[in-house]
Write a protein that binds this ligand. Structure first.
Ligand SMILES: [Zn+2]
Length: 180
């Protein structure tokens, strides 16, 4: 599954992020995307649309009333910048935690919830396999997507989340996404 480009940030005060000279096609691309997202967990398939025990919307997914997922963000600091780079990805939840999250979705008590354990449910093809990395799902204010904190391991994505990525890496991801 390939991520959808969410938005492009153009910021004149951040010259390195306002656009980039592409190493692949040689042209100048306006803006540098900082957000990429997956519309569904990798386990989803369109054939499940007709299944009564499965559903997918912008925030939640259930497969066969057995597997439960929430859409989250992995936020990665960009070194030397105030912005974050963000992967919109899905995490599994236990049925208990899924039901709690759905119940509290519009409730300020959501902020008091502990982090929920989950397994990362997208394979981000710019890293070694990311499917089933261990994560914790942290709730935020109502209307804001939960964020994921990956288990601190030596997986490159986990290292990036802890240490941040250079602006050049953001550019490299944009080049690879634009010309895949
Ligand atoms: Zn290009």
């Amino acid at each position: 599954m390939l991520p959808t480009l969410i938005k492009t940030v153009e910021n004149a005060a951040m010259p390195e992020l306002e656009g980039f000279q592409c190493h692949t096609c040689g042209k100048w691309h306006e803006g540098l995307p900082l957000d990429y997202a997956y519309d569904a967990p990798d386990y989803w398939s369109e054939s499940l649309r007709s299944d009564a025990d499965s559903f997918l919307n912008a925030d939640f997914c259930v497969i066969k009333n057995k597997d439960f997922f929430v859409r989250c963000l992995i936020e990665i600091p960009i070194i030397g910048r105030h912005e974050f780079f963000r992967w919109g990805v899905w995490s599994t939840l236990s049925k208990t935690n899924f039901d709690r999250l759905v119940d509290l979705w519009d409730n300020p008590k959501l902020l008091d919830e502990p982090a929920y354990f989950g397994w990362l449910s997208n394979s981000i093809n710019l890293y070694p396999e990311t499917l089933n990395l261990k994560t914790n799902v942290h709730s935020r204010n109502i209307g804001e997507r939960p964020y994921l904190v990956l288990e601190p391991t030596d997986h490159p994505l986990s290292i990036e989340q802890r240490s941040g990525m250079m602006p050049q890496r953001v550019r490299e991801i944009a080049e690879r996404s634009l010309h895949r």
